[in-house]
Ligand binder design. Structure first.
Ligand code: ADP
Ligand code: MG
Length: 411
């Protein structure tokens, strides 16, 4: 059998240390190789014992878990830290991740949660180490790659169908057009992609990349944080807890997208419904911005404002307007909308509450489960029109946004 996962337990309370050690003693693939009662002792022990995983209590007298993790990251980088904390310490989560912790467990946790975290962290680190070692060889033989296309699905207003479209578009491009697709949930605070695809962000998500974002991202780590969906697409989920979202900087997002597009033919990004610097970073990187609107006055008003800003920022050429839930019974006609925003609608998707909500609740995209429906066909048509069709957009040469334009320059 393969080596056991060597764990160091760090907690100032001796009963907790004993309890954790006892729980882990039942696992045949995990071995507790030492314990420490303080941050200082943790570092000494880690240097001596070289554990794979350190279970670190956050609150300890003398050096706390965060400071100890910071030191460990530089002194024993092979030791992956799983931070343990009591509830109500959301800020600790952020600080731990920044210090270099790989996982965060909230006390009280079950023994299943504990062992799952240890195994996950361990296998992620192993994969990473293995790939780093193998990297020169694989890179030599690698074929020259063409950068994938980045399609951002954006809207200045929530609830208009961005996630629905992003997910189904990504799946349609993979299953119907044979594209190598990665879907990124950039609704970092309250991402829904996981729900629509029935995936678990606790398993893998962008959260694990946070400690690397500012110091130069290892492409292999990004790949390792994506989950495979049964449709064939890969998915980079939003963090499982919203506090982490603000640690994802505009520069960090750009680095992630850079890596994703290098490794795929199509990157679909499900954006958040606001217009901050992080979203701007994404729009900057995008080749196409699918801007979703519905036949509601509020949606139309926001789109008008967005189009003005987009023009100021030099994005106009990559915007495609997608009218979702197009339904003639709503009292607003498409022609009225076009007149109001001074632009043609490029694509239309019908309203089909039954198919869409059924798919959502089952966690299976409707382009897979209900291909005959009009809404699936509309999304497929959208995919064909937008994806892999870059040459046909005569204005598709990347245009650089005017320098010095900030988000609110238009005001
Ligand atoms: N074409 C459609 N027909 C019917 N319902 C839709 C359609 N598109 C989206 N919906 C529903 O609208 C709601 C919001 O969709 P969602 O994709 O989550 O929007 P967003 O990501 O913009 O917030 C969901 O309940 C979804 O099922
Ligand atoms: Mg959404």
């Amino acid at each position: 059998m393969a080596d056991r996962i060597q764990v160091l337990i760090v907690d100032d309370i001796s009963e907790t240390r004993d309890h954790l050690a006892k729980l882990l003693s039942f696992e045949s693939d995990i071995e507790v190789i030492g314990t420490a009662a303080s941050g200082t002792e943790a570092i000494e022990q880690a240097i001596k014992l070289r554990p794979d995983v350190v279970l670190m209590d956050i609150n300890m007298p003398d050096m706390d878990g965060i400071a100890a993790t910071e030191q460990l990251s530089s002194q024993v980088p092979s030791a992956a830290v799983v931070m343990m904390s009591v509830q109500g310490e959301a800020d600790y989560l952020r600080r731990s991740m920044l210090a270099g912790a790989r996982e965060f467990l909230v006390k009280p946790f079950s023994s299943d949660e504990l062992t799952a975290s240890i195994r996950q962290v361990y296998s992620r680190e192993r994969e990473k180490a293995g790939r780093l070692a193998a990297a020169p060889a694989t890179r030599q033989g690698a074929e020259p790659t063409v950068e994938g296309q980045v399609v951002a699905v954006f809207s200045p207003k929530g609830g208009v169908g961005r996630t629905t479209i992003a997910v189904n578009l990504a799946v349609a491009a993979a299953t119907e057009m044979g594209k190598k697709v990665v879907l990124m949930d950039a609704s970092f605070q309250f991402g829904d992609v996981a729900v629509l695809l029935n995936l678990n962000p606790k398993e893998k998500s962008v959260a694990a990349l946070i400690s690397e974002l500012e110091e130069g991202l290892d492409p292999e780590s990004v790949e390792a944080c994506t989950l495979a969906h049964s449709s064939g697409i890969r998915v980079l989920l939003a963090p499982p807890s919203p506090e982490v979202a603000e640690l994802i900087t505009p520069a960090g997002v750009k680095r992630i997208i850079e890596v994703l597009r290098h490794n795929s033919e199509l990157v679909v990004v499900d954006c958040a419904a606001w217009f901050n610097d992080t979203m701007l970073g994404i729009l900057d990187m995008a080749d196409v911005v699918l801007t979703v609107l519905t036949l509601e006055i509020t949606s139309i008003k926001n789109i008008r404002l967005f189009l003005e800003v987009a023009e100021q920022l030099g994005y106009s050429h990559k915007i495609r307007l997608v009218l979702n839930r197009a339904d003639t019974t709503l009292g607003i006609r498409v022609a009225d909308v076009e007149h109001s925003i001074g632009r043609k609608i490029d694509h239309t998707i019908v309203s089909d509450g039954r198919a869409v909500v059924y798919a959502l609740n089952r966690g299976v995209p409707f382009v897979l489960s209900n291909r005959e429906s009009q809404v699936s066909q509309d999304v497929s048509r959208l995919a064909t029109a937008v994806v892999g069709n870059r040459e046909s957009h005569e204005d598709d040469t990347p245009k650089v946004a005017p320098k010095g334009k900030s988000l609110f320059a238009w005001r």
